[in-house]
Design a binder for this molecule. Structure first.
Ligand code: 1PR
Length: 585
């Protein structure tokens, strides 16, 4: 029996692999990509289901649509009454224009709303002397669904979008309900448009929209676990008011974070080749990943296979999975980058965001001798199924040059080129800092931390410290502070910080709160706490910090099987009433 075909618009803007994996996983459909007008024309008469995904910059995305002469065919397609689903920037491009491009670039303007940047100085945060992280990265819930001007009954969903499940959002711009947008939306509601809303801090925005034959979501259903897969399935089946079948319950007692996001728990896999050449998950102790055995041998610690472990953590409820190639300084041919296969395989069955790090920089291909720019390396990973790339060593080099050039941007660094093409949300900076004690703030140009607890003074009674940045996995130490590194990278276009601590790595003694506090209080992008988690209470401790840590990452405690990811979440819910994503279906 021939299968129905789903057509996907591909303007090379990021991770389409995950969407096609999600459709394959749902089953029953063939997939075809459409890249330009000719291909659209070729298939037009057969298309009944079209998906319009997008990530990255609104202007870049719309320009790609125009350059490929796709705007008219898409408009005509919509007018013809056939089904279309937009995702993320795919939704945004159906609107009028975006602050991201100073409202200068016109979208398809099916609905004349504008997209605004989320406010870092959101009043709720400002009243507590905090800043809201922008971009919004994480799992949020839907606060209201209106069908026309009526609230949707609880027994129904809008293509599976419901008020109970959490969905994965990652964006800086949104159709926020300001006065002008509200007016347009109110009119549209009377004319049969349906809307689902979500709130980030104090800003409520369009999370999903439906009108006649089209439907679009600001969140990524292909990255929203089982709940997201159901949304895609319902769209494909044309089941607009699919029954609300979730058995997940909302715990009314759980506190709401200021952002509205649930506490995000990330499982991290440090990957490298072992002494037999096999790719294994390993875990260091202060970055030393070799065992010291009584017989004098010191093999690389082998904790399992990357894809197997990642799949296990996804099933245990991980909100995100990070893979770090920790021996990325070894050159490999571009086509055989060791993590490409891992990503490709992992993305087939894991439907939460995947981050990959290690070796994201301009490379010389050892076979062809050609220079491969970092943005191309990142593109290969995105095409394999990664949602974000994490940059370590290259970020240090870039930040050093940035300060040497009086904070001038060149536009050519990996951070700048990747974020300009794929969006700031796709660029994570992985920081590997080590505490350096100093006697007086005058001894350094870096911003120092005063140590108030005398039991924590340095070995020579030093009362100050800063966190000195390292590269190549701690092998090289630089005259640069972690804070200075993070601030430079934020300015250059990074979207998130993965903040490790060599002093705490593998120690099980809890996160480095002092370091986290310093960085989180001085940047506006999300910060992931990493290194030192030994039990669920450490996650509680880090989320209770008043600076508002955005996510917490664990490695060793999961690899050793001491805790499952959901044990941590259940603990946060039971012991601190923290809002977590605990889905049962
Ligand atoms: O420098 O861009 O090529 O990227 C290399 C990446 O590999 C960087 O992100 C760097 O942090 C990482 N890396 C390099 N060497 C090591 C090592 O361990 N020898 N791992 C390493 C860093 C740190 C965390 C770890 C947490 C949690 N791993 O990711 O998972 O500390 O551990 P815990 O919960 O068990 O305490 P580039």
């Amino acid at each position: 029996m021939s299968m129905e075909t789903v057509y996907i618009i591909d303007v090379e803007s990021g991770n389409l692999q995950s969407l096609s994996n999600a459709i394959k996983y749902i089953g029953g459909y063939d997939i075809k990509f459409i890249q330009n007008e000719e291909e659209f024309k070729q298939y037009d008469s057969q298309i009944e289901k079209l998906i319009f995904p997008g990530v990255g910059n609104f202007g870049h995305f719309v320009k790609e649509l125009r350059d490929r002469n796709l705007v008219e065919p898409i408009n005509n397609y919509i007018k013809s009454g056939r089904s279309l689903m937009g995702i993320c920037v795919g939704l945004q491009s159906l609107f009028k224009s975006s602050e991201e491009n100073q409202f200068q670039v016109n979208g398809l303007d099916l609905l004349s709303v504008n997209l605004n940047k989320f406010q870092v100085n959101d009043p709720i945060f400002k009243s507590k002397s905090l800043k809201k992280s922008v971009p919004q990265i994480g799992w949020n819930h839907i606060s209201q669904i209106k069908i026309g001007d009526k609230i949707l009954e609880k027994s129904k969903t809008l293509y599976g979008v419901n008020l109970v499940n959490k969905f994965y959002f990652v964006h800086s711009y949104a159709a926020v309900l300001d006065e002008a947008n509200k007016k347009v939306i109110d009119e549209a509601s009377v004319n049969g448009w349906d809307f689902a809303y979500t709130t980030y801090g104090s800003e409520t925005f369009i999370a999903a929209v439906a009108y006649k034959n089209f439907f679009a979501t600001q969140f990524h259903p292909e990255k929203s676990g089982i709940a997201g897969l159901k949304v895609i399935r319902n769209f494909l089946q044309g089941d607009k008011f699919a029954p609300n079948e979730t058995t997940t319950t909302i715990n009314e007692a759980s506190e709401k974070t200021l952002t509205g996001l649930s506490r995000r728990i990330i499982a991290c896999l440090d990957v490298r080749s072992n002494d037999d050449g096999d790719l294994v998950v390993t875990k260091g102790d202060q970055y030393n990943v070799r065992e010291s055995n009584s017989d004098g041998s010191n093999k690389v610690r082998n904790l399992g296979k990357p894809v197997e472990l990642a799949t296990k953590y996804y099933r245990q409820g991980a909100d995100e999975v990070t893979f770090l190639n920790i021996t990325s300084f070894r050159n490999s041919p571009i086509k055989d980058l060791p993590m490409l296969k891992v990503l490709t395989k992992a993305a087939e069955t894991i439907f939460v965001p995947l981050t990959v790090g290690g070796g994201i920089k301009d490379l010389i291909d050892p076979i062809s001798g050609e220079l491969v720019p970092a943005v191309k390396v990142a593109d290969l990973y995105f095409r394999s199924g990664a949602d974000k790339v994490s940059i370590g060593t290259d970020a240090v080099t870039i930040a050093e040059q940035y300060y040497a050039n009086n904070k001038q941007k060149t536009g050519k660094s990996s951070i700048e080129t990747i974020s300009a093409t794929f969006g700031v949300q796709a660029v994570v900076i992985s920081v590997d800092p080590k505490r350096k004690y100093i006697s007086s703030p005058k001894d350094t140009n870096m911003k120092v931390i005063e140590i108030t607890d005398s039991t924590k003074y340095g070995p020579n009674g030093e009362k100050y410290c800063y966190y000195q940045v390292t590269s190549q996995g701690g092998r090289k130490v630089h005259e640069l502070g972690a804070l200075e590194l993070c601030q430079a990278c934020e300015d250059l276009g990074a979207g998130e910080i993965l903040l490790n601590s060599i002093d705490h790595d593998g120690s099980n003694k809890g996160y480095n709160l002092e370091l986290l506090q310093q960085i989180k209080s001085n940047v506006s992008i999300p910060v992931i706490a990493s290194s030192g988690a030994g039990n669920p209470d450490h996650f509680k401790e880090v989320f209770e910090m008043d600076c508002g840590i955005d996510a917490a990452l664990g490695a060793g405690l999961f690899h050793r099987g001491e805790y499952e990811v959901n044990d941590v979440k259940q603990y946060l819910l039971d012991n601190a009433h923290m809002d977590v994503r605990l889905e049962t279906d």
